[in-house]
Write a protein that binds this ligand. Sequence first.
Ligand SMILES: [Zn+2]
Length: 90
Amino acid sequence: MRQRSGIFRCFYCDQALSRAKKTHDHLQPKSRNGSNKPHNIVNACRQCNCLKGQLTLQEFRVVMAYRHGLVGEPEFKFPGEVRRQQNESR
Ligand SMILES: [Zn+2]
């Protein structure tokens, strides 16, 4: 994980991180039975760490794919959206 000259890279966006800037992120969130073992911990920039939050790697992959324009808008609608659309069409 360690790169030349003490520069680290964000696991998720590959941004170069100084020692001061890097944060540790759990691939499988601790709140969701993730372990504290080294294989579950990666270097991440603050932005990715914050964005990933309590998501699993699989869930975060969908978020990032969407942000990179690699996937279209999913069919799924939140219940509130469905209700709002029903109200508007009345
Ligand atoms: Zn990042």
